[in-house]
Each structure stands twice: as structure tokens, then as C-alpha cells.
Design a protein around this ligand. Sequence first.
Ligand code: NAX
Length: 331
Amino acid sequence: AKDPVRVLVTGAAGQIGYALVPMIARGVMLGADQPVILHMLDIPPAAESLNGVKMELVDAAFPLLKGVVATTDVVEACTGVNIAVMVGGFPRKEGMERKDVMSKNVSIYKSQASALEKHAAANCKVLVVANPANTNALILKEFAPSIPEKNISCLTRLDHNRALGQISERLNIQVSDVKNVIIWGNHSSTQYPDVNHATVVTPDGEKSVRQLVADDAWLNGEFITTVQQRGAAIIKARKLSSALSAASAACDHIRDWVLGTPQGTWVSMGVYSDGSYNVPAGLIYSFPVTCANGEWKIVQGLPIDEFSRKKLDLTAEELSEEKALAYSCLT
Ligand code: NAX
């Protein structure tokens, strides 16, 4: 039998945490043959509720779950973890300035970066979910210099999956037959959901999404805004933000990163830019990536048309501004 993998979930008493921990314990994230030990962190006001989640995990009697650490102590939470899913953060409340929210999250991610750097297992992989996800990941990277930058990422897989979902609904086909959409940039409404390279698997081979949809006005308009605004639409409908889809996307992100993407398929991940596609180096930016042997690689050489170029640049500009704002909170 395999040795258990230690998976940290911060903000584990929250909405996404409640949907995510049972998925991890069932093997959705790391495979049906991979035992796990869950580390759950939250803050003292949520300690009792966190303990309730731990009780439910015990009650669910998951065969793969070999242990649960539920704590409000960051060091205890981070010790020995192989995977860290950072869901905890400070939410934007009504009337709060952007800078105030940024400042709270910068201080959270700065201190959790140090704890991970000192106490996590070597080669720990980190996924930041909490918003502003790209910039929180960047701060985490800056304050955990001994964690290789290739091990730090943020979640845009939910946006990627939303794009697949919209195409499958539009064409009335299985979502599993759609592939290679791309989310470029920030996990925010400036993200660019790009279908120019996306295909559909049909009995007569792969066909381009653009040709099958045959409606450029929709693909360049409503499709993009629907994906960009989907989070807001869920809040309007549910009076709560996306949780099960976010948890599922976090599992997809880690699973593909660790176990690899299928041949001929790429996914979107927020990763540290090396300047590919003329995206400024030094931002955490969502790119199309393939994964093998536990490492992601940015898909190179995709042609970018003028329409796309503008959208790639716009979301990069927003990320540069966020980065400057985050740095201004450090002093
Ligand atoms: P909740 O407010 O339900 O849960 C957040 C939890 O984090 C709470 O239990 C809170 O006590 C805890 N927390 C706060 N500060 C903490 C700290 N310093 N250390 C540990 N835990 C801490 O929010 P939820 O709906 O679960 O969303 C969590 C985060 O995901 C939010 O920042 C949200 O904006 C973000 N999202 C990101 C998405 C993505 O695709 N990247 C999509 C879904 C979601 O909106």
C-alpha cells in the first residue's frame, strides 16, 4: 500500500472547505488508491465549527482517510504537508476599500508562506484558491523563497471548467468531449476565456470549436462575459459564492498536476510567468499548461490574434496593478 499523502486545506471550516475535504478523503484529488491525511486550518472564531467538520469526517468512515489534524495553529497545520490548498482568506465586506482587503490578505499570505517554507515537506505543491488568488500566490512565493516557484500556483481551473461547460451546453454535447479552452490571466472579470484552439472530439475526429459553434459574435461576446461573470451569477442565484464547483476544480488542478494531463490535452493554471506570450515575467498569470512527472509546462507556440492580444494585455495590466497594490501594503 502507498504511504499516505498529507494534504493541507486552509479555511477548512468555510464553504469551499466543507465541499473539498470529503472529495480529498474519497480519493477524488489524488486517486482511489492513494491514502491521505488531512490537515485542516482555520482561525480561532471558527475552531468549534472546524471541529464539527472533523467529527463528520470521522463519521463518514472514509477508507482512504488515515488521519485528520484540525487546528488553528499554522505551524501544526503546515508540518510535513505534501500538498497545500490555500482556501482561507479575508473576504471583501461591503464598504471595504480594495486596499484594505489586499492588506489583510497580504499579511495572511506572508505569514502562511513562512510557515510552509519552514515546516512543509520538501517539494510541497501549493495551490492558492482564496482571492485575490493570483496575487495571494505571488505574495506566498515572495515570502517562501526556498519553495521552488514552479511549486506555487493559483486556481483558474474553475474558470476553465466553466468555459468547457458553456461550450458543451451551446453545442449540446458531453462536456468531456470538449477540450483545450484556455483561461488567460487573472482569476477576475478581466480573465480571457479563449476558444481559438479548443476542439471537440467527434466520431470523425477532432473539430474546432469555432467551426462547430459557427457564431463568432457569440464566441467573442456573450460566451466570454458569461464565463467572466459566472461567479457573480452563482452568488445571485445561491446567495452564496461557488463552492462545490470550486472544490471540484481544486481537485482537478492538483490531480492533473500530480498525475499528469492526458495526451493532447492542456488545462489552465495560474503559474509564475517566465515571459511566455509576452506576459510580463514575475506575475502569477493563468496559462495553458500540460503536466507530466509532477511538473507543469506552459504550452508554447499558440498563435495569438489581435483580439486575443488585447485581452491578454488587459488582464496582465490588472495583475501588475494588483502586484503594486500588494507591495504597497508591505511597508
Ligand atoms: P468562506 O468565508 O466560507 O470560508 C473561508 C474560511 O477561511 C473561513 O472559515 C475563515 O474563517 C477562514 N479563514 C480566514 N482567515 C484565515 C486564515 N488567516 N487562516 C486560515 N483560515 C482563515 O469562503 P469560501 O466560500 O469557502 O471561499 C474561500 C475563498 O475562495 C474566498 O477568498 C473566495 O473569494 C475564493 N474563491 C476562489 C475561487 C477561484 O476560482 N480561485 C472560486 C471560489 C471562491 O470565490
